[in-house]
Design a binder for this molecule. Sequence first.
Ligand code: PMP
Length: 447
Amino acid sequence: MIGNAAILRVAEREAERFRSANPHAFAHHASATGWFQSVPFHWMKDWPSRVPIVAASAKDAMLTSIDGQTYDDFCLGDTASLFGHSPPALAAALAQQAREGLSYMLPTERGAALSKKLAAMFGLPQWQVTTTASEANRAVIRWCRGISGRRKILIFNGAYHGAVDDAFVDLKGGAAAMRASLVGQVHDLRGTTAVVEFNDEAALAAALRGGDIACLLAEPVMTNVGMVRDAPGFLQTLRTLCDETGTLLVFDETHTISSGYGGHGVVHGPKPDLMVVGKSIGGGVPCAVYGFSADVADRMAALNRSRPAGHSGIGTTLSANALAITAMNTMLGEVIAPAAYHPMLRGAARLVAGLEQEIASAGLDWHVTQVGARVEFLTCPTPPRNGGEAKAAMHPELEAAIHLFLANRGILLAPFHNMMLVSPVTSDDQIDRLVGAFADCVKRLKE
Ligand code: PMP
């Protein structure tokens, strides 16, 4: 319905508009030659503009650039700042911790308090801390293989669990395939990572009934290939099949913490054997956690007794440093409260209603998907049922044109697909501005 010529026309016009509105970003890019490709981290090249916006500061759900532009921030650091930039309680606690030392390689009293908060929020009794969600997933995979004695893991096609070698396997033509884009990948993972489509009960049952899968690592709703919702009953089936086959069920709730207090598993069920959550749990301070059942903890302790002393292959020096512990303890104690979810979910509902109305009045066959405070518009007629369908439905050029149009109107979306996050401090005005700019963009694309 929206042709390539229109997409190109909008993209070119918006690229020019971005250039003239952001001279300092272009000058910064030209002078930042000490960084490879002018950025300290190569993902920062993934924005749809010729050069990235250069951030000056951010507060609540508003970001300011060095060009003096302000943005309604629906990217929120790609979930790291899901609960708003620099919540006052976090800023104060970090400042205090900075005066008391930052990393000791010793447990602290705040850490003990944090472990109780984690158990209360997520419903699992035992926890460990890592520095990123990627690292937590790597740790969990090792533990699951270690305690089960099984070599293989199972993931869903199109999943993303961070920089985790074992999870970089796709389904191509019905068979596992290595992700072609990986840098320096020398190990063939297909023998140890099995992959099936999300929502495919028959394929899931067949994979698990081999009895050789250590763990199923999954997001309860897929959020990294666009958003793919679980079909009714699918998650319960998944739990039942894991139980029947002695497979450990791991929920990676790094993104689906948006579902509600406790994450998707607590709000909607079922309960996993292990879970991972990172990013927002530290409010932007690098840290993540993984939690597990008492039974898993017993098996981990038994494994520890049986293995020789020495490197476990799990953890890094800065894991559970004092700053990270304080960040999480403050976030869980004072920011990520049940009450914080009320404005998030109410705001997300407002956003969904606004977008759906604009899509309908433009006569487009697009749709909107929601996982609590996480909302996405998809430029395809039917919601994809799995990663394969979601990948086929993607339209990168259209996506980039829309993102750039919105950025030029002071709206920031994550550079990866059309995901929008609503924080507890996102105002109705910000949501309405996004809906209004989206409507204008659609109008331009239809001209
Ligand atoms: N799990 C999920 C579901 C994610 O979306 C991501 C990152 N997008 C990660 C893990 C990895 O997080 P990090 O990059 O902070 O390690």
